[in-house]
Design a binder for this molecule. Structure first.
Ligand SMILES: [Zn+2]
Length: 710
């Protein structure tokens, strides 16, 4: 392992394309020999600016040495690891089999000669404008169960995700993963060690394709703004012309997405990747091309006529839904839904003829997800939830939410929820909050993210949790890279990931005791008489009420998932033609009775309660429960990484929580699909385990039960 050995890190996101080993430090050499060459490689890749070489400092030649310093060559940067990352990981620092991460906590690393600058690091440096060193560590053990890497910033101990990957990482992950079984757990192929590569040449096609994508995003943001206006401001008589406006812009967006010159550029870039010449590109560029291509292939297969017809039908459908729900008029709405289902089935078969039609629609919201995986995950989740709901129902010691059902004047609520949104980090210079029938979050530009909520003066959680939820979406949008607006690097990974952010703030933060230790005094200022006898403990416990009910958006956190599973099963049957629109209300009511023990008295509290289908959002519902699954897994990782989190939240400090999410989730846009993103962020494959543990762990004790399934 003398100078110049290059290890291809192409399978590890966020790292430079290659890492050069200058030489091994004695500790590494010892481990290397002891492992019989099992250690494939480890390296440190430094980048920095304006950091002059310091004569006489030690050099590990690009090697991370937990032991100390050695050698006499000039060094140009150093950093400190202040915290162990994942002590259970067999790879240890730098991926040395058997080494112990804990041993490296607090040690100083000294790094060697600059090879090149990782684009992401360069951008961060430009943004920060401060001289510092930044480098990543990668270790790959051929027979090891994990690959780890980190970006450590000089003196700041800012660490990027430590990734723990099961064997066989080469990338063939379904977005929905469970713990790998030995059967799908092959030994990975040896890493390739290519010759050193030249500095990437600029790619005019990629620049032009990106510029085109940004222009398309401008048009799409106009469409989004029209949608926001329709649901917040539009006078009722303006609806007809609004449908014309939306259809006109949707047609322009579609034309841009299917532009012939863009198609040619993308095909040339596709050829470049297929020809192996993509090695000149970094991870972000390659992922950008792959995602632009994936989108393009979908759009190009949709006839303009279908796009326009669908846009009109959905505007029309939403307007009809508002009326139909108000008057519980299923018959008036059914023909609109029939048309929408027909159009969505046509869309499904056009855009991905190779997929099951429902999978084709699901893929629009959760890239790479397949309904068979979702269904299997729900099947593993459902029994624990049903069991918890029953146990809570049967408990003699149930929380009571009467204190949340007093009088909470709307004006005071408006001031209160804005304070809360601001405190958790929502930036009102780049966003706003309005009122709508159905709360939502809409992004109309890199610095324009709008939340809505609704108000109930007789029930505080309606607006508060509506805002916490939508602000969670908003924090994600505001955390995406504004310099990449309209490009995959600046877009959300999926709706499930989006929902994980909203659920995390709504349920895992907003229903926690530490949150109310901070929030109760703020709430008391807004509602002095209604909350005069409350304590943080009593409010928090009242928020953990479990009560089967008919309306999804008012459901408690536990039964919520059963509402989602109901919709998932029904909409999948609709799209597959196994259920007709005419039979839908009855199917709905029967399932309600089975799952919740209650039958809707009318369509408004049954099949007409959600806006989604009227807006053509079919395949969307499962992302809500996926969001709960992801949120619990993220929170498990955050509390592992930040043991002081509760104390911070109790003091009204949310920066480190938001910072973790920014760094591990937001800043990566959709350069990774949901499964790999979750794996990278948390070090664990997606699993329902964390949601089950989270629900039982919080709702069990609040009902006088144990904190885990019996
Ligand atoms: Zn949401």
């Amino acid at each position: 392992m003398d100078a110049g050995v290059v290890v291809d890190t192409g399978r590890v996101p966020w790292l430079p394309r290659q890492v050069t080993f200058r030489e091994l430090c004695p500790e590494s050499r010892r481990v290397d020999e002891a492992s019989g060459g099992d250690m494939v490689g480890v390296g440190v890749h430094p980048v920095w600016r304006e950091e002059p070489p310091r004569a006489g400092a030690a050099d590990h030649g690009g090697e991370a040495c937990p032991r100390g310093e050695r050698g006499a060559q000039p060094s140009v940067g150093e950093a400190e690891i202040l915290a162990p990352r994942d002590p259970e990981c067999g790879g240890g620092l730098g991926g040395l089999p058997g080494s112990d991460l804990r041993r490296s906590a607090g040690c100083r690393l000294t790094i060697g000669k600059v090879e090149n600058t990782h684009p992401q690091a360069a951008r961060e440096q430009q943004r920060d404008g401060a001289p510092h060193a930044e480098f990543g560590i990668v270790g790959m053990g051929r027979d090891d169960e994990c690959v780890e890497h980190g970006i450590l910033r000089g003196g700041l101990a800012r660490t990027a995700p430590v990734v723990r990957l099961p064997r066989g990482f080469p990338g063939a992950y379904s977005p929905l993963m469970h713990d790998p079984s030995p059967a799908d757990d092959p030994i990975p192929a040896p890493l390739t060690i290519p010759a050193p590569l030249p500095v990437p040449a600029p790619l005019p096609d990629l620049d032009a394709a990106a510029a085109h994508a940004r222009r398309t995003a401008v048009l799409a943001s106009v469409e989004s703004l029209l949608g926001w206006d329709e649901q917040t401001m539009l006078p009722p008589a303006g609806g007809g012309y609004r449908a014309d406006q939306v259809a006109a812009v949707a047609t322009l967006v579609h034309a841009a997405r299917t532009d012939a010159a863009q198609r040619e550029r993308l095909h040339r870039l596709e050829d470049l990747l297929a020809g192996g010449r993509g090695e000149r590109l970094d991870h972000e560029d390659r992922a950008t091309i792959q995602r632009l291509l994936r989108d393009h292939h979908k759009h190009i297969r949709l006839p303009a006529r279908l796009v326009e017809e669908t846009a009109r039908a959905c505007i029309d459908g939403q307007q009809a839904w508002v009326d139909a729900r108000r008057h519980s008029d299923w018959k008036g709405f059914a023909p609109k839904l029939e048309q929408i289902v027909r159009l969505k089935r046509e869309q499904a078969s056009c855009q991905s003829p190779e997929l099951d039609p429902y999978d084709s629609l699901l893929d629009d919201y959760e890239p790479g997800a397949r309904s068979s995986d979702v269904s299997a995950l729900f099947d593993r989740l459902r029994p624990s939830i049903v069991q918890l709901v029953r146990a809570c129902q049967d408990s003699a010691d149930r929380p009571d939410d009467a204190m949340l059902r007093r009088h909470f004047p709307k004006d005071a609520q408006a001031r209160f929820v804005r304070t809360v949104a601001e405190r958790i980090g929502f930036d009102f210079d780049r966003g706003r909050l309005d009122t709508s029938e159905h709360p939502f979050c809409s992004t109309n530009g890199p610095h324009d993210c709008r939340l809505t909520t609704r108000w109930d003066e007789a029930y505080l959680p309606t607006a508060l949790f509506g805002v916490l939820h939508e602000a969670g979406h908003g924090l994600y949008e505001q955390g995406l890279r504004s310099d990449a607006f309209g490009l995959p690097a600046g877009e959300a990974a999926s709706l499930g990931v989006h929902e994980s952010q909203s659920r995390l703030w709504e349920n895992l933060v907003g229903r926690s005791l530490c949150f109310w230790q901070w929030c109760l005094p703020v709430a008391r200022q807004a509602f002095p008489s209604s909350l005069s006898d409350s304590t943080a403990e009593s409010i928090q416990r009242s928020l953990l009420t479990v009560r089967p009910s008919l309306i999804r958006v008012e459901a408690d956190e536990v039964t919520y998932n059963l509402h989602v599973m109901l919709r998932f099963d029904l909409e999948r049957a609709l799209v597959r033609g196994e259920l007709s629109v005419a039979d839908l209300p009855n199917a709905w009511d029967e399932r309600c009775e089975r799952d919740f023990g209650i039958r809707p008295a009318n369509a408004a509290e049954g099949v007409l309660q959600d806006i989604h289908w009227s807006a053509g959002l079919i395949g969307y519902f499962p992302t809500y429960t996926l969001g709960n699954v992801y949120a619990s897994q993220l929170m498990a990782a955050i509390t592992r990484d930040q043991p002081d989190l509760s104390a911070e939240v109790a003091a009204g400090r949310f920066e480190s929580l938001l910072g973790w999410l920014r760094e591990r989730v937001h800043l990566h846009g959709r350069l990774l699909d949901p499964g790999p993103l979750l794996l990278a962020a948390t070090g664990m494959p997606v699993s329902e385990r964390w949601l089950i543990e989270s629900l039982w762990g919080r709702y069990g004790p609040a009902h006088g039960l144990g904190g885990r399934p019996p």
